[in-house]
Design a protein. Structure first.
Length: 375
């Protein structure tokens, strides 16, 4: 049967968006399994195949919720579970702003600590706000995909706990590519999605809540229905989900979790770290050749999964991406208000250094063309 595919499949190693990321053929093919009823032993067995890899990636002993939604759904579950009255929202880009909006629309009183795009939140900043005022909830984005900044979530969580606040963490672009110690760091609610560093198709969200969150949630009448954490928890005790699971995506997840267990999460983190370092070295090399490019995030606070490279004045992010696309490689423009000011490379998921080198070589050629005025 001919499948109607709208784009040419160029083979693995050319698609470097910071989400969705490239999915290996083997994982796509795993989705061809048959449908099954969601209260069957087969479905429970499928959930049981997914859990060990997920817990390994999250570094948790807790069950990992699997929801048929994108990552934002799990962020909403986090807020509806943890939020009581007042949320302190750390905003340093578009996704952390989304967390603040969810709090707002969930009826919480929101105060933002807003820093420039490209900046991070220091634990001191958070402490100052918590000392001055009372908050029950803090929201923070670990890897802000709009800027490539990695926030120090471990230290921020320690500060929050000292003031009795619980922390909702957006790890959509960091989980499975960057160290996240859900249990050891005491992260209260951790939310992520399938289509970033997990290198799965979009459409699943994963999350973990610590037991204290469940207690809070039980007293919270604004949990809603679809993303009610207590329903997820209760169903997962039987390896089930509250509503119809995305069966096909869960086949893919089972195959990918097996691969992640085989690779080992620490090796996976190290592979991502190496790809990030290679990208920084490449930027230095380009600067050495006189190209006025840079990395938006400050040293020490860079995400191992996504790098935002600022482009020289007069060059447009969309122009660079289009020229690279003509060579067969996909990277992203800047996000939102910074669309034309940079390009973003998602060195995450199942890519390796060899594939990254190829895209960087081509990006070098594009920059040369564009800056020479031929682009
Ligand atoms: C992609 C992303 C999201 C949004 O996830 P969806 O799956 O599109 O809902 C949220 N936060 C971060 C940091 C992201 O990278």
């Amino acid at each position: 049967m001919e499948v109607n595919v709208p784009v040419t499949d160029t083979g693995f190693g050319r698609f470097f968006l910071p989400g969705p990321t490239e999915v290996r053929r083997e994982i796509l093919e795993a989705m061809l399994g048959p449908m099954m009823g969601h209260r069957t032993a087969d479905m429970e067995a499928l959930m049981d195949r997914i859990q060990p890899g997920l817990r390994h990636a999250f570094r948790t002993e807790r069950p990992v919720y699997v929801a048929p939604s994108s990552g934002t759904g799990m962020m909403e579950m986090a807020v509806r579970s943890v939020g009581q009255r007042r949320a302190l929202c750390l905003v340093n880009g578009a996704f952390s702003e989304r967390f603040a909006k969810i709090c707002d629309l969930s009826g919480l009183e929101v105060q933002r600590i807003e820093v420039e795009w490209g900046d991070y939140h220091s634990p001191d900043m958070v402490e100052e706000a918590l000392r001055d005022d009372e908050f029950d909830t803090v929201t923070v984005c670990h890897s802000e995909t709009a800027t490539g900044v990695l926030n120090p979530i471990h230290e921020i969580t320690e500060v929050a706990h000292r003031y009795g606040a619980m922390v909702c963490v957006d790890t959509v672009s960091s989980m499975a590519g960057s160290p996240v110690e859900t249990d050891a760091w005491g992260l209260d609610f951790v939310a992520t999605g399938s289509q970033k560093s997990f290198a799965l198709p979009p459409g699943l969200a994963f999350g973990v809540a610590q037991p204290a969150v469940l207690e809070r949630a039980a007293a919270n009448t604004q949990r809603g229905l679809y993303f009610d954490v207590l329903e997820y928890e209760r169903n997962l005790e039987k390896s089930q989900t509250p509503n119809t699971p995305a069966v096909s995506l869960m086949y893919a997840a089972a195959a990918q979790m097996q691969a992640i267990l085989e690779e080992g999460i620490e090796n996976r983190w190290e592979r991502h770290r190496q790809m990030a370092v290679r990208t920084y070295e490449w930027v230095d090399e380009m600067r050495g050749r006189g190209h006025d490019i840079g990395i938006l995030a400050p040293e020490g606070f860079r995400s191992p999964t996504v790098t935002c490279i600022t482009v020289p004045a007069g060059v447009r992010g969309t122009g660079v991406c289009a020229a690279l696309k003509a060579r067969g490689y996909i990277i992203a423009t800047g996000y939102g208000k910074m669309k034309e000011d940079m390009v973003r490379i998602g060195h995450m998921g199942d890519h390796t250094l060899a594939e990254l080198d190829e895209v960087l070589d081509n990006l070098a050629a594009v920059l040369h063309e564009v800056l020479a005025g031929h682009g």
